[in-house]
Design a protein around this ligand. Structure first.
Ligand code: ARG
Length: 456
């Protein structure tokens, strides 16, 4: 296309290389912002008219033209062309084509530099809200599971070694806490996204007497940005969102990893329903936890997007530089990945069957109540380090003689420490062990129920 037809073509004599047009274009992905671009333009136009910068007739023509463009895009009849470079120029070109020179008044007091910031903020504001809804949904699935599985005992692990028995509900609610923090972070991110940038123009503001507050009001932004240079250079809110998305993905990946392990024959703690698993093309017996694996794998993409945006921003001098156009694909990909994973995980968690007996059976092995016996001795006045040593000897004795702590006689206990009495038998069962940890934040049934009541 000759530069004569470009909105910025005035000072150019030669036309743009086709390769350069293609290389610099972002229209193939930023067209996704069309709705927000039009919404922002309508607000800008109304403000221009209210300020007496354009006439009421111009306003009417422009608003109508923009609405028609939106309808065409939604009907699929709008022709996107690489020559338009980006969604902002595509819409402006089409507007001028439809309503004539009047269309050229829309860009008064505005630059694509502040326009693109507005579009992304409008877009992300919507997306953050829907992500928050999905996180709430996920939290409520975890809460439901925790209630349904109340009383089920399983081994708690450290170093992937059996450590102490816990309630399955306590384990599940650990994820509720993670997702709750994610939700709080999203709410805070929303506040920083929800700021109106228009009026910064290219970088320094404009001589045209715009009413920024009025535009903010029309678009329901509670605040406007405070420094025009920061406004067009700032993509912190994108990096912040992707970071939060990364944490959310990481939290989901940890649960998914547990599902992968727990659904093995070796663990046998859970069955993922057929509708959330897939088979093998060669091994007829297989039922694979692909959904969990994909969520785990997609976590890597989101981390990649975070590194990508941070690297684009690193050492970038003020203010707008074309590098910033590289912000959008990481953002869009993050939103799509996150939304997909949140929905898939919510669905999958509603279709899990926990193998309660197997969990209980595994919780009773591995000397998982050894700490309880040590704590029992502590309450009898034995210093903790000595108690640790005594119980260590007991465990070694059990291993040598192929016994369990539960099956030792009182004489055997006394052989290691004279002060043991029969009440020690109360401490060796996993039920007592779990319910004994009756401290705020602990795994006893009473405390877990208390937390559930607090949540509700
Ligand atoms: N497509 C550009 C972007 O996404 C819009 C702003 C372009 N501004 C400019 N002066 N070239 O960042």
């Amino acid at each position: 296309m000759t530069t004569k037809n470009k909105p910025w073509g005035g000072r150019f004599k030669e036309s743009t290389e086709r390769l350069v047009e293609e290389f610099t274009a972002s229209i193939h992905y930023d067209r996704r912002l069309y709705r927000h671009d039009i919404e922002g333009s309508i607000a800008h136009c109304r403000m221009l008219a209210r300020q007496g910068i354009i006439s009421a007739d111009d306003e009417k023509a422009i608003v109508q033209g923009l609405a028609d463009i939106r309808a065409d895009i939604e009907a699929g009849t709008f022709i996107f062309s690489v020559e338009d470079e980006d969604i902002h120029m595509a819409i402006e070109r089409s507007l001028i084509g439809r309503i004539g020179d009047v269309g050229g008044k829309l860009h008064t007091g505005r630059s694509r530099n502040d326009q693109v910031c507005l579009d992304i903020r409008l877009y992300l504001r919507d997306e953050v809200r829907s992500v928050i809804d999905l996180v709430r949904c996920l939290k409520s699935s975890f809460l439901t599971m925790a209630k349904d599985e109340m009383g089920v005992i399983m081994p708690g692990y450290t170093h992937m070694q059996k450590a102490q028995p816990v309630l399955l509900s306590h384990h599940l609610l650990a994820y509720w806490e993670m997702f709750d923090r994610d939700e709080q972070r999203l709410e805070e991110c929303y506040e920083r996204v929800n700021v109106m940038p228009l009026g910064a123009a290219a970088l320094a503001g404009t001589t045209i007497p715009l009413d920024r507050e009025y535009v903010a009001e029309l678009l329901q932004f509670p605040r406007i940005t405070k420094n025009s240079m920061d406004t067009v250079a700032d993509r912190d809110f994108i990096a912040e969102f992707i970071f939060i998305a990364g944490l959310l993905m990481m939290h989901m990946s940890r649960f998914c990893e547990e599902l992968v392990l727990w659904s093995t024959e070796e663990f046998g703690f859970v069955e993922i329903s057929d509708s959330y698993t897939t088979g093998s093309s060669i091994m007829p017996q297989k039922k694979n936890p692909d959904v969990a694996e994909l969520i785990r794998g997609k976590t890597g993409r989101v981390y990649g997007n975070l590194v990508s945006i941070l690297t684009v921003l690193k050492a970038l001098p003020l203010t707008y530089n074309r590098d910033l156009q590289e912000d959008k694909e990481s953002l869009f990909d993050t939103v799509d990945t996150l939304v997909g994973c949140l929905s898939a995980l919510s669905g999958m968690t509603e279709n899990l069957t926990f193998k309660r007996e197997k969990m209980l059976y595994e919780a009773t092995g591995g000397f998982s109540t050894a700490t309880d016996i040590a704590e029992y001795l502590v309450m009898k006045g034995v210093p903790f380090r000595d108690a640790h040593e005594i119980v260590g000897h007991l465990v070694a004795y059990c291993i040598e003689n192929e016994k369990k702590l539960e099956s030792l006689s009182i004489e055997e206990f006394k052989g290691f420490y004279e002060g043991f009495s029969k009440d020690v038998f109360d401490r060796v069962t996993v039920e007592r062990s779990v319910n004994g940890r009756n401290i705020p934040g602990g795994t006893s049934q009473e405390m877990v129920m208390r937390r559930i009541r607090e949540i509700e």
